[in-house]
Design a binder for this molecule. Structure first.
Ligand code: ADP
Length: 451
């Protein structure tokens, strides 16, 4: 087992990793930018190292500074959290060269899944169906027009290097395609430094359903069921729940089993999520995330399995401690991502939290690094915290969520709490009747939303 883990991240996920490390008796090292000197992850770690000025490229993305911090503190492993360097294959390679363990999959698998075209090819080879689309990157407009005519409009142009909902543009007909390609390329070049794009059929009313998996690289893998992340704004998840209101146990076993077998065959190590769009009873692979996800607590609440603890043990060379038969699903869990943004305009609202009172009680979990008096810096993402509730049934989870949302007080900044208070009372949401477009439509058509 490792002696000391350096956490190459900040915010709630840094605390999340620290909790797992502490329970395993492993010492922790925090790294931080000068903007984060008062942050909770710095206070709670056993040691901390400042790695640079506020901009992420100079601190949380600064590989030499992070490797130096490992060497100064004698950390023998790095957990990257999510975001920042979590899906950077070069970072995994560099750590290996320095004989520091990377708590994540093999660099080779990060590379394959980081290129969505390669990921779709790999999925197909492993028997996982994908959204119909171009077989590879689009060379030119003529090729795109011919492929789009084959698959039928609307189509979506997507960045091969995409992530975070960026670099995606929809074309409703041939007349829109050139503009969509040009816009997607510009966004992709700016965000990812790579303007390769590909085409997919644009599904009109799918749900986003993803399967959590864990593999040990020794040919064993399990699935931990699904999360339904269909409530999205700008292709970004804001509410995640498990099980999906749209699946039954037999469907779960079928897709979960298919994915677990594929992941085992790949020799995948650690935690991963295989994402699908689900429409008319069919699953279509869109991508695989090779890291722990923001919404992993939903799965932890319904399975009782600590995903980060498993990640650490697997990275230290242990075989999976659970078999598929050990995985039991109990009740329902829902997570709300509470952002420091205005709940209607979504304008970011960094600043000082004047008052912070998180909810509690049975089945309520708050993963946050915020505290009263904390100043949210403007440099990073706007997540203030995640509220996760668990109930024996979905109805119980919804009742608990409503109660917990009403109990949650965050003063001094704008947050998206009022949006969730509205959603939890909405009939469609209560009935689980929503697809990936539902929230955007709701926001357009409900100016009377009480905020
Ligand atoms: P990212 O890596 O940027 O998150 P994904 O490929 O995971 O991109 O897609 C994010 C979201 O975009 C999906 O959950 C879905 O809402 C939407 N989306 C992606 N592909 C399609 C498609 N072919 N049809 C309809 N919506 C899509």
């Amino acid at each position: 087992m490792f002696d000391k883990i350096l956490i190459a991240n900040r915010g709630e996920v840094a605390l999340r990793v620290m909790r797992a490390a502490k329970e395993l008796g492993i010492a922790t090292v925090a790294v931080y930018s000068t903007a984060d000197k008062d942050a909770m992850h710095v206070r709670l770690a056993d040691e901390s190292v400042c790695i640079g000025p506020p901009p992420a490229r100079d601190s949380y993305l600064n590989i030499p500074a992070i490797v130096a911090a490992c060497e100064i503190t004698g950390a023998d492993a790095v957990h990257p959290g999510y975001g920042f360097l979590a899906e950077n294959a070069r970072f995994a390679d560099i750590l290996e060269e320095h004989e520091i363990a990377f708590i994540g999959p093999k660099a080779e698998h990060i590379r394959i899944m980081g290129d969505k075209i390669e990921a779709k090819r790999t999925a197909a080879r492993l028997g996982i169906p994908s959204v119909p689309g171009s077989p590879g990157a689009i060379a030119n407009e003529a090729e795109a027009l011919s492929i789009a005519a084959d698959i039928g409009y609307p189509v979506i142009v997507k960045a091969a290097a995409g992530g975070g909902g960026r670099g995606m543009k929809v074309a409703d007909g041939p007349e829109d395609l050139a503009d969509a390609i040009a816009a997607a390329r510009i966004e992709a070049r700016t965000a990812f430094g790579d303007d390769s794009v590909y085409l997919e059929k644009y599904l009109s009313k799918p749900r986003h359903i993803e399967i959590q998996v864990m593999g040990d690289g020794h040919g064993r893998a399990v699935h931990l069921g699904e999360r339904d992340c269909s409530l999205q704004r700008r292709h970004q998840k804001i509410w995640e729940e498990g099980p999906s209101p749209a699946l039954n146990a037999a469907q779960r076993e079928e897709i979960g089993g298919l994915v677990a077998r594929a992941v085992a065959e790949l020799g995948y190590v650690g935690a991963g999520t295989v994402e699908f769009l689900y429409e008319d009873g069919k699953f279509y692979f869109i991508e695989m995330n090779t890291r722990v996800q923001v919404e992993h607590p939903v799965t932890e609440m319904i399975t009782g399995i600590d995903i980060v603890n498993e990640q650490i043990k697997i990275a230290a060379g242990s075989p999976l401690s659970i078999s598929q038969d050990d995985v039991r699903f109990l009740g329902a869990a829902i997570e709300c991502r509470i952002n420091a943004e205005h709940a209607r305009t979504f304008i970011p609202s960094p600043g000082r939290i004047a008052y912070f009172h998180p909810p509690g009680g049975l089945g309520v979990r708050v993963d946050s690094s915020a505290y009263q008096g904390y100043v949210i810096p403007p440099f990073y993402d706007s997540l203030v915290g995640k509220l996760i509730v668990h109930g024996r049934t979905r109805t119980e989870a919804m009742m608990r969520l409503r109660r917990a949302l009403d109990e949650f007080i965050i003063d001094g900044i704008n947050t998206t709490l009022p949006l969730f208070r509205t959603l939890v009372r909405n009939a469609d949401v209560q009935n689980g009747q929503y697809d990936i477009h539902w929230l955007e439509e709701f926001l357009k058509t409900d100016p009377a939303m009480e905020l």
